[in-house]
Design a protein around this ligand. Structure first.
Ligand SMILES: Cc1ncc(COP(=O)(O)O)c(C=O)c1O
Length: 369
């Protein structure tokens, strides 16, 4: 039996007619960017997140960068974030002209260790950028309290957290602004590139909207230096067809997570922790396991495809060599990267596929205790 990490064909099949009809209407009308589908998606996904304003953008990296620039964050400024995330989080800070300052993560959740944030705040700090990694939100209440005491902004990297909840509120409504990615494998994914910004700040939303389209509100008149960060109509058609199913898909992911955890009990594999008050949406189902590389190779030999998200923390990446960080600076981030393994996870995963994965893990540890 083959178990891929993600299987998009199963999700597409029941939506095919609706998506193709919508794309056909876009081609008939030839309004290809920022048209009626993008405008509708902006309302629908902002409402889903519980945010007042929504702005469709070209991708998640652009979303982060545009938020930072719209907040006036740039050269000489510092933004506090984590090193255990996808490179784009820190890359966007650098692209905006600012400096990422890294804090370590909690060893149970792999999320920003909020207790470490305050000691990194100084006069140059302009924002804190928590990452809701793997589909679970950071502990936002104490983080917001620290931010408001120091007058700094909070930007959610919600690129892996569509529909995740913190104390009954969804990612996208938990900070001053939030960035989402619609990369194809996300819980809500486009069939190309896409991204989204959610905020409750009307002035910020207006600047974001301008920066997304070359700093312009009126054609060929440019009030700000912006960016080409527009979302296209075809992606908006795909996303609008998928959005009504997102809650149900997230629920299925949660059910799969429960089954995985149940079946892996008693093995050396450490399964994910859902914090009280949180609703984890398991964009990725990440275990920690001894002999991780051998286990991954064994699973591959059994037709099971896994991933490592991510193998090298950002502060130790070649691209960040000049940032002044060294091995040993962020011990938890550095330790977990050698142990984490993302198991297959998507809504359409079947029970027998999950059993195949967990049986293979058990066999591995029975043979190599
Ligand atoms: C945590 C995180 N931040 C930012 C991004 C960037 O999003 P995109 O790939 O759409 O530019 C991603 C996407 O993979 C991500 O997972």
């Amino acid at each position: 039996m083959n178990v891929p990490l993600v299987d998009l064909r199963k999700q597409y099949a029941p939506l095919k007619d609706e998506i193709l009809a919508g794309i056909g209407r876009v081609f008939d009308g030839m309004q290809l960017f920022l048209g009626e589908n993008v405008q509708a998606l902006e309302k629908e996904f902002a409402q889903f997140c519980g945010a007042q304003y929504g702005i469709g953008v070209s991708d998640g990296t652009a979303a982060l960068q545009i938020i930072l620039r719209a907040m006036g964050i740039g050269a000489g400024d510092e933004v506090i974030t984590v090193s255990h995330t996808f490179i784009a989080t820190a890359e966007a800070i650098v692209l905006a002209g600012a400096k990422p300052v890294f804090v370590d993560i909690d060893p149970q959740t792999y999320l920003m260790d909020v207790a470490q944030v305050e000691s990194k705040i100084n006069a140059r700090t302009k924002a804190i950028l928590p990452v809701h990694l793997y589909g679970q939100t950071v502990d936002m209440e104490p983080l917001r309290e620290i931010a408001s005491r120091h007058g700094v902004q909070v930007i959610e990297d919600a690129c892996q957290a569509h529909g995740a909840e913190y104390k009954g509120r969804r990612a996208g409504s938990l900070g001053d602004a939030a960035a989402f990615s619609f990369y194809y494998s996300k819980n809500l994914g486009a069939y190309g590139e896409g991204g989204f910004i959610a905020t409750n700040d009307g002035d910020l939303a207006r600047r974001i909207r301008m920066i997304r389209d070359h700093g312009s509100e009126r054609r060929y008149l440019h009030d700000l230096i912006g960016w080409n960060g527009r979302l296209d109509e075809i992606q908006a058609v795909v996303l609008r067809a998928k959005l009504p199913h997102l809650e149900e898909w997230n629920e299925k992911r949660r059910q799969h997570a429960i089954l995985y955890a149940e079946l892996l009990k008693g093995t050396p594999a450490v399964t994910p922790v859902e914090c009280p008050g949180n609703k984890h949406v398991y964009h990725l189902f990440v275990i920690r396991a001894p002999k991780r590389d051998e286990l991954q190779a064994w699973l591959k030999s059994q037709g099971i495809f896994t991933g490592i998200h991510y193998p090298v923390p950002i502060h130790l990446q070649n691209a960040f060599q000049s940032s002044g960080y060294q091995a040993g600076d962020l011990p938890v981030s550095e330790r977990v990267v050698g142990e984490i393994l993302s198991l297959p996870m998507y809504a359409e995963l079947e029970t027998d596929q999950i059993e195949h994965v967990t049986n293979a893990i058990k066999t591995f540890f029975d043979q190599k205790p």
